[in-house]
Design a binder for this molecule. Structure first.
Ligand code: HSE
Length: 407
């Protein structure tokens, strides 16, 4: 029998406990041993919960108990979670987590400690909620040289954008619903401002390309400035607006990663990834293109990935699984501004100014007073140009929205 301690009994921690209890027999068959929750560490009490008696406050109880070989960190954030993860690994325990913030910022260091201690640090649930993506990258796609990965990585913002597209509901009402359904982070600014997706694309870039990409090194734009106007303009060119995280190799060996709202064509694989669902597309030189799709947030989907990691940790107690995540050299991460892309632009400037700045562009019609114009504004698609070039041309054009196009 394997004893597990769960740190943090919030949405994911309690979901993990429920799944372990509910599926205990099949989990034991898959793991080869019974899995028992010995402790739950939390600052709160949980009167009436079936797990009430397992709740403790003091992490050193877990740390010093030789019977606990796997610690599940579902606290979130980087303060207590970082300290406890480090202490658990140093005490020779494997750690399983859903904490993308911690993995994105300290994953390299924590994996080094796990390696020194011959234990595992697993984080399948940190990206894509219940979607298997970390293990497929590390194992099933290990034969490939991956050149690009991109996807819808945040369920809350996808839920909000889907509502704006399909029901034309207001941003804040949609956000409230996503929070009520338990998809949003405690502080939803990480969801709507793109930081959650940034952490996830960095983790994916770390694993796909083998070297560390920090969230601070990449450009991040969320969905707070996407308007119903943008949604309508996008519809008129057979596109949807989706928040994408994207990472790819450049020909000089550097890696570029960024998060931004994109106009994506309705024929794109990601175009029908709606609501809280996430979709991740991987391009590898052997497999070609493949896509992973599923629930990117929520209690039980995330718990599904956490428990799978626990099972894997049980099966790899003697021989740890190596993860290819190395230190990056200076200058490894290229700025997204250097990469040529097509752009969607919405601006308050007149046609003459826009024409001078952009030359060849595709104007998008709006159901306004005259063709090609909304009330006092124009929207158009540019030819391919770098973000740096686009911003230069836009400097005098009163830009309201500027998103890359991926169709
Ligand atoms: N808040 C996150 C999301 C939860 O909406 O995707 C899963 O990481």
């Amino acid at each position: 029998m394997v004893n597990v301690a769960i740190l943090g009994f919030g949405t994911v921690g309690s979901g993990t406990a429920e799944v372990i209890e509910e599926n205990s027999k099949s989990i034991a068959l898959n793991a080869g041993e019974e899995i028992k929750i010995k402790y739950i560490l939390d600052v709160k009490e949980f009167p009436g919960s079936p797990f009430e008696k397992l709740v403790i406050r003091d992490f050193s109880v877990v740390e010093n108990d030789p019977e606990v070989s796997i610690v599940v960190e579902t606290i979130g954030g980087v303060s207590a979670a970082y300290e406890y993860t480090k202490r658990a690994l140093l005490a020779g325990k494997s750690v399983v987590t859903s904490n993308k913030e911690l993995v994105a910022s300290h994953g390299y260091e924590l994996l080094q400690i796990a390696c020194e201690k011959n234990v595992n640090y697993f984080f399948e649930a940190s990206v894509g909620g219940g979607i298997p993506i970390i293990r497929p990258i590390n194992e099933c796609l290990a034969a490939n040289k991956i050149h690009e990965i991109f996807g819808i990585l945040n369920g809350t913002s996808n839920y909000i954008l889907t509502k704006m597209i399909t029901a034309h509901t207001d941003f804040y009402e949609s956000l409230r619903e996503a929070q009520d359904l338990g998809y949003a982070e405690r502080n939803p600014s990480a969801d709507i401002e793109g930081y959650d997706a940034a952490r996830k694309i960095c983790i994916l870039a770390d694993l796909c390309f083998g070297k560390n990409v920090s969230p601070e090194d990449i450009s991040v734009r969320g969905i707070t400035d996407v308007t119903l106007n943008d949604v309508e303009y996008a519809r008129r060119v057979a596109c949807k607006i989706k928040l994408l995280g994207r990472a790819f190799r450049l020909s000089d060996g550097r890696v570029c990663a960024y998060v931004a709202p994109h106009l994506i064509g309705k024929t794109s694989l990601l175009s029908n990834v709606d609501g809280v669902m996430n979709g991740i597309v991987v391009h590898g030189n052997a497999i070609g293109e493949c896509m992973f799709y599923g629930p990117g947030a929520g209690k039980r989907p995330t718990a599904s990935a956490v428990v799978a990691d626990i099972i894997d940790a049980v099966k790899h107690r003697e021989k740890r699984k190596p993860i290819n995540w190395n230190k990056a050299e200076e200058g490894y991460v290229a700025s997204a501004d250097e990469v040529p892309m097509r752009w969607y632009v919405r601006t308050g400037s007149g046609l003459e100014t826009i024409g001078k700045a952009f030359g060849n562009l595709r104007l998008i019609s709006y159901p306004g007073e005259y063709p090609g114009a909304g009330p006092g504004e124009y929207a158009f698609l540019t030819e391919e140009m770098t973000g740096r070039e686009g911003k230069k041309r836009l400097s005098d054009t009163g830009v309201r929205s500027l998103f890359p196009v991926l169709d």
